[in-house]
Design a protein around this ligand. Structure first.
Ligand code: GLN
Length: 451
């Protein structure tokens, strides 16, 4: 196959379905076709891992010369002067950027409805959300527009949309992938990850983007394994923990049924499954919203109308700041900045931020304890299948509650993958596998054996 054919096919498919799905915000068509032509002219001797493969990029990863908006009006005209490290890495392996993908504004949301640019529709049912915040990434893969997409996961934003769209999504260990050039939301939680159709493709893509980066002091100096070589199909004796909280109250029966069937299949493959408890996971959602909003309130201070993006008209400096931010940010972003500023203020810091940090440690310890005696933890990715567009958008607390099974993993900094495990009422259900720090290889092996 020629790279030009792959790229032609991607744009043809986008032409066919993206008017309805609306996964892409910006296309990179001319440059993509040029790159494909160059690859084809050079011939097939190249051993680049992703040679000529079309890839879609979430719009919070900066791409040199290609508009990067975070789906926000404040960055509506932002044209980055450098590539994020993950972009450099996929380019080095000769993947071809097809375009930039829709998301919740600044990655704040669980449905992509918080985008200020477009509403993305779930390819399985156009009246439903694709999940979020990497909704464009998951929808583009599910709709067959691209085979590879990059997303970010701060509190579930790769796994939840992957579950809703029936694709494979990996949130790596904190520090596994560089955050250089990722527009920061909550820096202690943000992590770039991979969305694909198959586990094998996912392993190749993570292999490409992982590793130490001198530009990101939180990136880890841990060797990157050949994830794709770990896909042996053999999980005999794998010790699997099933947290009772993950199959308890608030989880749809139809979702539970699929997960239980998946657990039986893992057992049939030779895994040993055992029920465990993660007693502090019930505090994860409120803990996350205090910490993530606090970090966001600091990170988003840089959008002042001066350094990046859109500047409102005013002769007075303070007025210009205020106007740029009140016009540029959407409601959910403002809600988070206010909540975070409040939680960090001197009178309330101990009661909220400090307390949340302490609970975060308890949540992390729950996982450490279980993972001492188990190789992976298994449960649903989400409590329900994809909900209807508009159903939760006016009720932030219900929207936040949808992330109760994904958020604990981010607070603990550990890796987790979501993979399809059948349909409930015609909609995909996601099976979540959670691993030890830097245990991505085991997750891929287990996911591949199940798949
Ligand atoms: N839905 C969560 C939020 O709104 C998680 C978002 C994310 O992982 N970026 O913050």
């Amino acid at each position: 196959i020629k790279a030009s054919d792959l790229v032609d096919e991607a744009y043809a498919r986008i032409g066919e379905v993206d008017g309805k799905v609306k996964a892409f915000l910006t296309l990179n068509e001319e440059a993509a076709r040029d790159e494909a032509r160059t690859i084809d002219e050079k011939g097939t001797a190249d051993d680049a891992l992703l040679l000529g493969m079309p890839i879609g990029i979430k719009d919070n990863l900066v791409t040199k010369g290609l508009r990067t908006t975070c789906a926000s009006q404040i960055l509506e005209n932002y044209d980055p002067i450098f590539d994020a490290t993950v972009i450099e890495k996929v380019k080095a392996q000769k993947a071809i950027t097809i375009g930039k993908l829709n998301m919740d504004e600044f990655a704040m949301g669980s449905s992509t409805e918080n985008s200020s640019m477009a509403i993305t529709h779930n390819p399985w049912d156009l009246e439903r959300v694709p999940g979020g915040s990497s909704g464009g990434s998951a929808a583009s893969v599910a709709a067959g527009e691209v085979l590879f997409a990059l997303g970010t996961d701060t509190g579930g934003s790769i796994r939840q949309p992957s579950a809703f769209c029936g694709v494979v999504g990996m949130k790596p260990t904190y520090g596994r992938v560089s955050r250089y050039g990722v527009v920061a939301f909550a820096s202690s939680l943000d992590q770039v990850g991979t969305i694909t159709r198959t586990v094998e493709d996912n392993a190749f893509l993570l292999e490409t983007i992982a590793g130490l980066d001198p530009h990101d002091s939180t990136s880890a100096d841990v060797k990157v394994p050949h994830y794709s070589a770990a896909l042996t199909g053999d999980i005999k004796g794998l010790r699997v923990a099933v947290p009772k909280e993950y199959l308890g109250e608030g989880i749809d029966e139809s979702v539970k049924d699929k997960i239980k069937a998946a657990i039986r299949q893992l057992e049939a493959l030779g895994a040993v499954c055992e029920e465990v408890s993660l007693p502090h996971s019930k505090y994860a959602v409120p803990t996350y919203y205090i910490l993530a909003s606090s970090e966001a309130s600091a990170n988003l201070a840089r959008f002042d109308g001066v350094r990046y993006g859109v500047r409102a008209d005013s002769n007075d400096l303070i007025e210009m700041y205020k106007k740029s931010r009140s016009e540029g940010f959407g409601d959910e972003v403002k809600r988070r900045v206010m909540l975070g500023t409040f939680a960090l203020s001197s009178g309330y810091y101990d009661a909220y931020y400090k307390k949340a940090q302490q609970v975060r440690t308890l949540i992390k310890q729950d996982f450490e304890k279980v993972l001492e005696n188990h190789d992976i933890i298994v449960g649903p990715t989400t409590p329900t299948t994809a909900f209807k567009i508009g159903e939760k958008v006016d009720d932030p607390l219900t929207m936040y509650a949808n992330d109760l099974l994904t958020i604990p993993v981010n607070l603990a900094g550990i890796p987790a993958i979501s993979l399809p495990c059948g349909l409930a009422d015609g909609l995909p259900v996601g099976l979540q596998m959670i691993g030890r720090p830097f245990g991505e290889k085991t997750l891929y092996r287990a996911a591949h054996a199940y798949e």
